[in-house]
Design a protein around this ligand. Structure first.
Ligand code: ADP
Ligand code: MG
Length: 569
């Protein structure tokens, strides 16, 4: 009991006591000792190449497990690089704990090495931002940080530790250990609101359930599946709501998304916000008279953009159980023979046919649909799909099914490009620690890959069997072919004439992977795609990268509406 402990040890033990299992970071002065202390208490430490990717990784752990991961960064620029990750986590409502070293307290205001007002800077990007006033205060600040990250609407939190605190010592008897905070208390919706919701739902002619990533985070899959099956209602997942109820469930109307949104007269909104992803719940994408039954645990969210017909404030698991109990009691079920189901089914059939025709085009270079069609045939049903890019993410979302909850990670609410490799590393580190771990497939546009491409070294260092598929169209949105590029270079200074969307044609991203000892494949044809993906799936010991060269002019099939609803200026 007389033993002295350092600030680094107290910090690590406090994180461990709050069941933080993973830490991602980039070490340097003054936090190397914190990473070592974390390892010595059993926290898995993954050293990354940029704090931004480390913070994306830590936040993915929060989404996947419900318990925050930690991100460890150095002072000043280290912390500033992590702000992107905090902003992304907060926008997604994902818990993450960022721990930042900062310059020594007695040098504050002197122009110290990497001095920056870190606690203040984090306020805009987090729910909670604080510096413990002493070593003795560390356990309670960490407990509060972790608790705040998961209670209410989940989000990012920041804890600052000054360089002098890291190595300062205190007698262990002075430290009050705080046990792990319990899971968030559950709230149910008020019974009047439940009755209102049920009467609106039961009177609906064209009902639709929308399942968002809030439902995925809430781990509401069991009750939601029962609700869908008992009610017989059609459902539409948001991008990361995919898999909460399987994409191949007969009630899934994802392939008729635009039609379902446009014509629904009642929407039961479960853990999704009416933001840009759902076109604000307004015309021209929604019926102007649509009635929204909104289920959310965040009171401030209720009524954003559309005033709901019924507001069910509470935890999704609990609220859906309330609804389920009622429809079971009076054996209510939405008929499968309605005109609405007929409309949705014929739209699904028509859209599926268009995609299939595009997918079976045998022209070279391949188009997006061909690539995704063949990838989807080979992927294991339980794989975790990470996806980002423009067309790569949008078309990939419609062509790559998710059969399990929390098995899709993408650019999310904030539309962040560059999240993919960090997310994939987090998922793969988690899966690697399980007996029957699942494969992680990271489908990247060539531009998206570039933001954190050096994290390939991290994948190779930890032997993470991630399969990175770069769908390479030589640019952002679109590019040009190598010949056109050469001709363009002859015409003058590329900085003045190259279209800003272009990237180096046929760049050898596969060689980035081989440079660090992973497997790299250059893929131009369907046959090459099959053989490279099969070989990668058979290799459980190292990462692979498939550099899939596609037609730089390949585009989405004709859409009824543009993907982004803009204001009419
Ligand atoms: P999506 O991107 O899928 O549309 P959003 O991130 O926009 O999803 O919305 C998720 C919503 O879910 C947020 O408004 C959040 O407050 C809510 N949420 C998160 N966890 C729960 C929960 N356990 N119960 C109810 N609502 C939740
Ligand atoms: Mg591209």
């Amino acid at each position: 009991m007389d033993e002295d402990v350092t600030g680094a040890q107290v910090l690590a033990e406090s994180l461990r006591a709050q069941k933080v299992e993973y830490m991602f970071g980039v070490v340097g002065v003054p936090i190397i000792e914190v990473a070592m202390a974390a390892q010595s208490v059993g926290i898995k430490y993954v050293g990354m190449r940029n704090e931004q990717a480390a913070c994306y990784a830590a936040s993915a752990i929060g989404y996947l497990t419900g318990r925050p991961g930690a991100c460890l960064v150095v002072s000043g620029p280290g912390l500033i690089h992590a702000l992107g990750g905090m902003a992304n986590a907060n926008a997604n409502c994902w818990p993450v704990v960022v721990v930042g070293g900062s310059s020594d307290k007695n040098q504050e205001t002197t122009g110290a090495f990497q001095e920056f007002p870190q606690v203040e800077a984090c306020r805009l990007y987090s729910k909670f931002s604080a510096r413990p006033s002493s070593l003795e205060a560390i356990p309670s600040v960490i407990e509060k940080a972790v608790r705040t990250s998961i209670y209410g609407r989940p989000g990012a939190v920041y804890v600052d530790i000054t360089g002098d605190m890291v190595n300062a010592k205190v007698n262990r008897s002075q430290i009050k250990v705080l046990s792990c905070c319990p899971p968030p208390p559950v709230s149910v919706a008020e019974s009047g609101a439940i009755n209102e919701a049920l009467s609106v739902l039961k009177a609906s002619k064209r009902p639709l359930i929308i399942i968002g990533k809030g439902a995925a985070f809430a781990q509401a899959e069991t009750v939601l599946r029962s609700f869908v099956e008992t009610s017989g209602l059609p459902f539409l997942p948001t991008p990361m709501g995919k898999g909460v109820v399987s994409d191949d469930h007969p009630n899934c109307v994802a392939a008729a998304r635009s039609r379902a949104l446009l014509q629904a007269d009642v929407v039961l909104l479960l853990g999704a916000r009416l933001n840009w992803i759902l076109h604000f719940g307004l015309p021209p994408r929604f019926d102007p008279t649509v009635k929204i039954i909104q289920v959310d645990l965040c009171p401030e969210e209720i009524g954003n953009n559309v005033r709901p017909a019924a507001a069910l404030l509470g935890d999704i698991n609990a609220v859906v159980s309330q609804l389920l109990q009622n429809i079971r009691e009076d054996s209510w079920r939405y008929s499968p023979d309605t005109e609405w189901w007929g409309t949705l089914k014929s739209k699904i059939a028509a859209n599926t046919k268009i995609s299939e025709t595009l997918a079976l085009q045998a022209t070279l270079p391949m188009n997006y649909y061909t690539v995704f069609h063949h990838i989807s045939k080979l992927l294991p049903r339980d794989c975790i799909i990470v996806s980002e890019g423009a067309n790569t993410m949008d078309i990939g979302r419609t062509m790559l099914n998710n059969y399990l909850p929390r098995h899709r990670l993408d650019a999310g609410t904030f539309g962040t490009m560059g999240v993919g490799l960090g997310f994939a590393i987090a998922a793969a580190v988690m899966e690697k620690s399980k007996v029957n771990g699942q494969r992680v497939i990271c489908v990247e546009g060539d531009s998206a890959f570039g933001f954190s491409g050096m994290e390939v070294e991290t994948m190779c260092r930890f032997n993470l069997p991630i399969i990175v598929i770069v769908v390479n169209n030589n640019g952002i949105y679109s590019g040009v072919d190598p010949e056109t590029w050469k001709e363009m270079a002859k015409l003058g200074d590329l900085t003045t004439i190259a279209p800003p969307v272009t990237l180096l044609p046929e760049a050898r991203y596969d060689e980035v992977m081989t440079a660090f000892g992973g497997q790299g494949f250059l893929v131009r044809t369907v046959e090459e795609l099959h053989s490279a993906l099969e070989r990668s799936l058979n290799d459980w010991d190292k990462p692979s990268l498939l550099n899939v060269l596609i037609d730089p002019a390949s585009d989405r099939k004709q859409q009824e509406f543009p993907w982004l609803t803009r204001s009419n200026l």
